[in-house]
Design a protein around this ligand. Sequence first.
Ligand code: AFP
Length: 293
Amino acid sequence: MDEVIKVLKNSCINISELIRNNNSLDIGKVTNNNNVSGDNTKILDIETHNILTNDLRKCKYVKKLISEESENIIDTGNEEGKYLVCYDPLDGSSNIDINVGTGTIFSIFDNDKIKTGRDILVAGYCIYSSSTQLVLAYNKEVNMYQLIDGEFKLIKKNIKMPNNGNILSINESYRYEWQHTYDTQMIRNLVLKKYNFRWVGSLVLDAHRVLLNGGLFSYPINKSNKQGKIRLIYEAYPIAYIIYLAGGYATSLYDEILKLGFPIDNIHKKTELRLFSYQEYIDFIKIRDFRYP
Ligand code: AFP
């Protein structure tokens, strides 16, 4: 396992270098292809997919790979391989060319023991923003590292989320397309409590804020995204695992994300995603289940 984590760390360092040393307008250009989810693929999406896929293929402990940018599961052909590694190589592609933060999200499973998101062995993400930071959930602990002088140095150990926050993170431009009123009611309640809005549009950064400062992130289903927009295997599961280990909550409307079955026959399946610290979770459940206030 340590070997696989080492490979992921190195790939993230290489991606960070690629982003910092190239013209963001060039690497943020759209290619002629859409990915399997129908998103416009940018040059950096492909380059980051290639870095991670080539590096992980060479690691003899890795058996299979699931990437946002590959239609099918990739078999590495490694005979000793034991692990499945799932990744969104570059989350937040719409932010590349305007130099707003992006990230890589990943998780590691034992390839022969996968039923739900609860079977994750390691989850993590790397943020490429004003600094490059890695968050790793491993051995029941969430730790945060920063890339300083070419190495990831531990800067925060055993992260625990606060009981509540003061930020509300939702793309309200879909308000009239939401399929129910719970989010609208939640927004009203939190605004009355003086919460402030923030929406980066890169899940990895919006989730990072919830992890460190508490609050709410919500991406409900809407008319254009009838199943939700967040990809279950390589976005929602790993973020949910990290938030959960740090004491927070990650759900769809009714289900815990980590309890959702692993969609092996539909690896790009999408879901709703809500992330909460404790107080916001309680508030949301009251609205959803008791129509309160
Ligand atoms: P990709 O950049 O990996 O395709 O994912 C972007 C994303 O799924 C997620 O990171 C954001 O939270 C969400 O899209 C933003 O969506 P909107 O543009 O609809 O606000």
